[in-house]
Design a protein around this ligand. Structure first.
Ligand SMILES: [Fe+2]
Ligand SMILES: [Fe+2]
Length: 135
C-alpha cells in the first residue's frame, strides 16, 4: 500500500506542476516501499533520497521562476517555505550519509510536508497562475 496515494485532490490543474508533484509523491512512496522490504537496501534508499533532494530543488526553482516572471504577490512567503524544507531534507540526506537510518518520523515529515504544501501553499497560487494563462 502506497504511503501517499496520488489523488485528484492533489491535482492543481497545471500540467507541468502536477507532473512534478506526482514524481515527488512517487519517490516518497518508493522510499516507503523500500523501507518495508525485509532487508531494505541502503544504496537504494540513498539513491531515492538523493533524487528527492535534487528533484525537489529543481521543482522549487520551476515554481519560483514562474512567481518572479509573473510577479506573484506571495513569492516571499512561498520561498520561505521552500527554503525551510530544502534545508531540512539536505540535513536528512547528510545524516543518512553519516550512517543514520530513515525512520517513520522522516517518512511522516516528507508525506505531511508535501501534502500540506500542495494542498494549501501551492494551491493558493492556482487562481493567480490561471489568471496569467498557465494551464
Ligand atoms: Fe510545488
Ligand atoms: Fe511550492
Amino acid at each position: 500500500m502506497a504511503l501517499m496515494p496520488w489523488s485528484a485532490e492533489l491535482e492543481l490543474g497545471i500540467a507541468k506542476i502536477d507532473e512534478q508533484h506526482r514524481w515527488l509523491v512517487d519517490r516518497i512512496n518508493a522510499l516507503h516501499d523500500e523501507l518495508g522490504q525485509p532487508a531494505p537496501n541502503r544504496q537504494t534508499l540513498g539513491d531515492i533520497l538523493e533524487s528527492l533532494v535534487d528533484y525537489t530543488m529543481n521543482h522549487f526553482i520551476v515554481e519560483e521562476e514562474i512567481f518572479k516572471r509573473h510577479g506573484y504577490p506571495q513569492t516571499d512567503a512561498h520561498l520561505g517555505e521552500h527554503n525551510a524544507f530544502t534545508g531540512r531534507i539536505i540535513v536528512l540526506l547528510d545524516q543518512f550519509q553519516d550512517g543514520a537510518e530513515v525512520g517513520s518520523e522522516t517518512m511522516a515529515l516528507l508525506k505531511d510536508w508535501l501534502t500540506h504544501h500542495i494542498l494549501v501553499v501551492d494551491k493558493a497560487y492556482v487562481p493567480f497562475f490561471r489568471a496569467q494563462g498557465l494551464s
